[in-house]
Design a protein around this ligand. Structure first.
Ligand code: PMP
Length: 367
């Protein structure tokens, strides 16, 4: 029996055990074919079934309206920073786009888009990313081609619990770290994308949900493999796709469907994150989370120990103690330091309880 590990990593992250067991069972012989999905042509009927069911499961789990395409692309979330601008910034002649910047990932996306058009960051630059500036203060440009935001900033733990009102301008969202963690009204968006490696699979594939009328407007210099229209016309099979990653996504989606879908995940994710935030809030400042209460992430919880700036020796001790209990990948992102607990769909209530208990014990010992 392997040692019990509790993986709180931010991504690539924990996968449901049932998914790994299924993948292991099918590794050498998929569907009685005598070969692995790893060895299968992407042009076969069997692979076609895998990708088709992955698409239909996403449609079903998120109630994706008919007039949207679901695509599988390569290049990760970062590839989409470029793809979004290359495909959509030319929707209007001015080639302007609005970016709501609330953390590292939206800042990177804005920087990438500057290569292809004019970028307007709608909110003043923050010294530290600790919240979402009130929407009444955003300087939205009515003639922007689109408004972009990152629904959950993985590093800073800032999550939107509302859909920004863009006054009719196309809305684009990076949902890499909260995709399928809760229901979403897809009809409010022009485009949603998500790297799979946090909440829905392993690295190598990025899911894109795009409204059909936005296709076919890419800048002429857009690389073919980043062109949504090309991928949409070819069922995401313009070239060899990341076949195994798509297969793992399909298994995770089946698991999700069998485990209550986005409604139950939403409920569990709220319950899990509350357990950790409650301890932080009731620790008399021993633990501190810099993020405004109204936009604290249900997926990624960054916190410091000992003081607002963090007592690094104490934090090191916390991580060492956690690791002795099998709790891994709790170190904060290198850009912010401290601790970060990621509680994606695959992380159970029981595992979260164990982390909460350890935090309480550590608090009692050191406060
Ligand atoms: N967006 C978000 C919200 C992310 O968390 C990440 C990665 N951690 C990215 C984009 C970049 O994704 P990738 O590493 O797949 O390029």
């Amino acid at each position: 029996e392997t040692k019990k590990i509790l993986n709180f990593g931010s991504g690539p992250a924990k996968l449901p055990k049932a998914v790994l067991i299924q993948a292991q069972k099918e590794l050498l012989d998929y569907n009685g074919l005598g070969i692995s999905v790893l060895e299968m042509s992407h042009r076969t009927t069997d692979f076609n079934q895998i990708i088709t069911s992955a698409v239909s499961l996403i449609r079903e789990l998120l109630n994706v309206p008919e007039n949207y395409k679901v695509l599988f692309m390569q290049g990760g979330g970062t590839g989409q920073f470029s793809a979004v601008a290359l495909n959509l910034i030319g929707l209007k002649e001015d080639r302007c786009a609005d970016y709501i910047v609330t953390g590292t990932w939206s800042a990177s996306a804005a920087k990438e888009a500057e290569k292809y058009g004019k970028v307007n960051v709608v909110n003043p630059k923050a010294d530290r990313y600790t919240g979402i500036p009130d929407s009444s203060s955003w300087s939205l440009n009515p003639s922007a081609s689109y408004v972009y935001f990152c629904c959950n900033e993985t590093v800073h733990g800032v999550e939107f619990n509302f859909v920004p009102d863009t006054k009719g301008v196309i809305l684009v969202s990076d949902m890499s770290s909260n995709f399928l963690s809760r229901p979403v009204d897809v009809s409010k968006f022009g485009l949603i994308f998500a790297g799979a490696q946090k909440n829905v699979g392993c690295a190598g594939v990025t899911i894109v949900i795009v409204r059909e009328d936005l296709l076919g407007k890419a800048l002429k210099e857009c690389p073919t493999i980043l062109d949504y229209n090309v991928q949409a016309k070819n069922n995401s099979l313009h070239n060899t796709p990341p076949t195994y990653s798509i297969y793992i996504v399909k298994l995770v989606l089946e698991w999700l469907k069998n485990n209550g879908g986005t409604d139950l995940m939403n409920q569990l994710n709220k319950q899990k994150s509350s357990m950790i935030y409650d301890i932080i809030n009731n620790s008399n400042g021993f633990y501190s989370c810099p993020v405004n209460v109204s936009c604290r992430s249900h997926m990624n919880i960054p916190f410091r120990i000992g003081s607002l700036e963090g007592d690094e020796a104490l934090e090191r001790q916390f991580l060492e103690g956690a690791s002795k209990l099998g709790m891994i990948s709790l170190k904060g992102h290198r850009s912010v330091g401290g601790i970060r607990a990621s509680l994606y769909n695959a992380v159970t209530v029981e595992e979260t309880l164990a982390l909460a208990a350890y935090m309480k014990e550590f608090l009692n010992k050191h406060q």
